[in-house]
Design a protein around this ligand. Structure first.
Ligand SMILES: Cc1cc2nc3c(=O)[nH]c(=O)nc-3n(C[C@H](O)[C@H](O)[C@H](O)COP(=O)(O)OP(=O)(O)OC[C@H]3O[C@@H](n4cnc5c(N)ncnc54)[C@H](O)[C@@H]3O)c2cc1C
Length: 366
């Protein structure tokens, strides 16, 4: 049976970054991913610039990919209000299909054992089971994303509201330096540029809205999204690059468990933040950095858990709550309309709120 220092479940941003960082420290790492990459994921694909240098430090050649830099945000409401403001830090656009794939391409360089297309079925103590096989790791991290994974046996709190996420890649005559967020009844849609002259158009909406449109996305867009006239003009003028959208359901945003008796959790598995913050991917990368820094000096599981809990709550605890409040405002067309009008009247307040979700640039300690 193969034995590793660290076993990681999920090669999204959190899992892949953690695998690379720990391997750079000399640890023997194994990582499992149930999908086969490259693969599209429902995500707005706007990455806060706070993580640009970090991704470069761990080996991505971002400078060579001619990626759009996005420095302005526009908010529009269904009732016709709009507000545009420059972002203090801003972001860059990169598809998840490319980002996730390129991260896994770095595994070879660091001798990381990678099992793509392999779902972890269960974890018991230090054993990870997949396809009726077993590997053993001193230290196991769940980086399985926002959905509860069956291998954890965790029961998630019931939530009143569930969301669906819908994503397209489109082309059109749009502003390459702008991320726009358009609200509609029970949801909002973001659009920003990614690589290859494409734009990512991704919306989040209460499941009840889709149900009311007979679970028909086209009807939902015609009946609900297009009531926001700015969004209507985008949807009507865009060239859609896929035959059908990518759709996921049962999305929720909350803090989850950071650890249990046997393992730790990173990225969305530890807590997912409303996409409104434009920051989930950077948070996933930061949790990986945070855990790797703790593991650099500690190898006692209970001490690692304690330090991780403290550092996570210090950095992200209040952010998750703030993002939930912004999410509620965004989902209510009337409140959102008046908030945009307030921002227009008092732009400094708009700037403070808009920039409050972004963090500071972070780096790997040499
Ligand atoms: C609609 C929407 C829009 C968003 N827009 C943005 C945005 O514009 N900017 C931003 O920064 N963030 C955005 N986010 C948030 C962002 O997508 C997440 O925060 C980020 O993907 C978290 O990364 P992760 O590595 O934790 O999880 P993921 O990227 O979800 O990776 C988890 C991986 O684990 C794998 N996995 C799961 N279970 C198993 C198993 N049993 N065995 C093996 N593998 C497994 C999955 O296949 C997956 O690849 C958005 C989220 C949503 C829902």
């Amino acid at each position: 049976m193969d034995k590793y220092d660290v076993g990681i479940i999920g090669a999204g941003i959190a899992g892949s970054c953690l695998a690379i960082l720990l391997a750079q420290q000399g640890k023997k790492v194994v990582i499992f991913e149930k999908e086969l990459y490259p693969k599209h994921k429902v995500c707005g694909e706007f990455i806060s610039l706070e993580s640009y240098d970090f991704f470069k430090q761990i080996g991505l050649s971002l400078d060579d990919w001619n990626l759009p830099i996005i420095k302005e945000l526009e908010l529009t409401s269904q009732k016709g209000a709009s507000f545009k403001r420059s972002l203090k830090i801003g972001g860059f656009g990169l598809s998840r299909a490319k980002l996730d794939f390129e991260l896994t391409q770095l595994f070879n360089k660091y001798n990381i054992t990678f099992y793509p297309n392999t779902k972890v079925d269960s974890v018991d103590g230090q054993s990870i089971y997949y396809n009726k096989e077993e590997v053993v790791a001193d230290f196991i991290v769940g980086a399985h994303g926002k959905y509860s994974a069956s291998y954890t046996h965790q029961k998630r709190k019931l939530q009143k509201k569930n969301y669906v996420g819908v994503k397209y890649h489109i082309k059109g005559d749009f502003d390459p330096g702008l991320i726009s967020l358009h609200s509609f009844e029970g949801g909002y849609c973001g659009m920003s540029k990614i690589e290859d002259n494409q734009y990512c158009l991704c919306y989040l909406c209460e499941s009840s809205q889709l149900k009311a449109s007979n679970n028909n996305v086209q009807k939902l867009e015609e009946n609900v999204l297009m009531k926001n006239l700015k969004l209507k003009s985008i949807l009507e003028s865009a060239e859609f690059l896929w035959d059908k959208p990518l759709i996921i359901s049962n999305i929720r945003f909350d803090k989850e468990l950071l650890f249990d008796n046997t393992m730790l959790f990173a990225g969305d598995a530890a807590g997912s933040i409303s996409p409104l913050s434009g920051n989930g991917m950077s948070i996933a990368a930061k949790t990986a950095l945070m855990l790797s820094e703790i593991c650099r000096t500690q190898d006692d599981f209970s001490i690692i858990c304690k330090e991780y809990d403290k550092a996570w709550n210090q950095l992200f605890g209040s952010k998750v709550e703030r993002a939930k409040t912004l999410n509620r405002i965004m989902l209510n067309p009337t409140t959102h309309h008046w908030v945009i009008r307030l921002f227009k009247l008092l732009p400094p307040i708009g700037s403070i709120v808009i920039n409050s979700m972004q963090g500071k640039p972070f780096y790997v300690r040499k």
